[in-house]
Design a protein around this ligand. Sequence first.
Ligand code: DP6
Length: 356
Amino acid sequence: MVYQATASAPVNIACIKYWGKRDTKLILPTNSSLSVTLSQDHLRSTTTSRADPSFAKDRLWLNGKEEEIVAPGRLATCIAELKKLRKELVEDKDSSAPKLSTFPVHIASFNNFPTAAGLASSASGFAALVSSLAALYALPCSPSTLSLIARQGSGSACRSLFGGYVAWEQGVLDDGSDSLAVEVAPRSHWPEMHALICVVSDDKKGTSSTSGMQRTVQTSELLQHRIKHVVPKRMKEIEAAIKAKDFDAFAKVTMADSNQFHAVALDTEPPIFYMNDVSRSIIALIVEYNRVAIEKTGKRKAAYTYDAGPNAVIYTLQENVKEIVELIVKYFPQKDGFKDPFQLFAGGSVGEGRVV
Ligand code: DP6
């Protein structure tokens, strides 16, 4: 008998940023966040897991290279949590179910995009890992329950368990059992939404999210203001904008939150700079594009957002994609190949999370 399952999960890009942990072991955030899950066609991780009693130990390969699984690290924690659920929810309830929780697993994961490019590979990676083990173990669990485990791999990964528009509710409990992802709206609610990924640099980032955000928690006063007085209001605003399909309001909040996230990075001691000159030029271009749009129609047509790196993601509606791609290509001429200073992935439409 072969016990094996494959699942894939897409990348998500936050509009309201997660930055800061109140518990670094359980990965509990200092604020709620909200993201849009991109389509699987462009950026996804695909993971196959196999359980076999003849394996000597749990092993994992990422893009063909073996990664060590060290307890109590993030990988070991996720695998142990899923084995525990297999035992409690399947094997203890049905004595004829194979005791897969006692078999070592071999896991192989591939990204269809460069892992080091700072394009949220840990989010899709841990979401695919959790989905594939959950399928292997036939766990009768909702995506929100699985998000509790993906969260312990990488915080942002919990949001990739859903497609469409997803909130990660920070929760209040010390054991983290209420810090999970919930669907705000499915992709079908607002299918016109598109994300353009502009790869400014595929260098590995200078300061990782994990270490950068802890430095911010320890040293930034601005972060305390953000957590208490800014994010709760913005979560309400962006959820309302998504529900009403109000792109202008969505864009306003998304850009403001990207700006404030980079402001708290700068307010960290020593300061962290994630954007570069090209990133800032793209901001200037989108600001000017929106200025003209507001003059004509009173509404914004595009929103930029940046994570812990220089690459831009531009949210816009389908009707503006061609115009924006042409504008970007005009001001930032493209060369062939991923190593070039600027590459645009057009048409990263919002997609569904999916188990294959
Ligand atoms: C800027 O989820 O990568 O992309 O929980 O330490 O693994 P860890 O951090 P990670 O941080 C993502 C930060 C961000 C914002 C976001 O995705 O919300």
